[in-house]
Design a protein around this ligand. Structure first.
Ligand code: RB5
Length: 147
């Protein structure tokens, strides 16, 4: 799949390993093509710009789904969820990822650099790619009500 990646400067924070570069590489190692929407360095930037870029990639068909990162995951999720057709989920554990996929049919995973270890991010990404929307009338009905 084509996966749009976006993060603010938090993706470059802290001592190496740098989460952004490690996670982009990890997603590629899983066999996906990354559409890298930035950011590309540690300079302070505004997270909505990167959330908007990832959503634009998805909504234009350039990417199938997206992964976003900011300090907490919250800001990028708030920005992404303003786009009709995007269902972005902040997840801090595997059960949240599973439910976001199976029930909410989430198409964007939002991760917090300051909340999760790099290994935790990788495990959540594993679950993200394993889990699938369950489908079914009740889930489709509820999702439709979100517009
Ligand atoms: C940036 O310092 C920080 O506010 C941002 O990454 C994010 O956590 C916002 O939700």
């Amino acid at each position: 799949m084509n996966i749009a990646w976006g993060c603010d400067h938090s993706g470059y924070e802290g001592p190496p390993p740098i989460y952004k570069t490690e996670l982009v590489r990890y997603i590629e190692e899983l066999g996906h093509t990354v559409v890298d929407c930035g950011t590309f360095g540690p300079e302070s930037v505004d997270y909505p710009d990167y959330a908007n870029a990832v959503c634009a990639a998805i909504l234009s068909g350039k990417a199938d789904e997206g992964i976003l990162m900011c300090g907490t995951g919250l800001g990028v999720a708030m920005a992404a969820n303003r786009h009709k057709g995007v269902r972005a989920a902040v997840c801090t554990n595997a059960e949240m990822v599973k439910m976001a996929r199976e029930h909410n049919n989430a198409n964007v995973l939002c991760l917090g650099r300051r909340i999760l270890t790099l290994d935790e991010c990788e495990r959540l990404i594993d679950t993200w790619f394993e889990a699938r929307f369950q489908g079914g009338e009740r889930h489709l009905r509820r999702i439709a009500k979100m517009g």
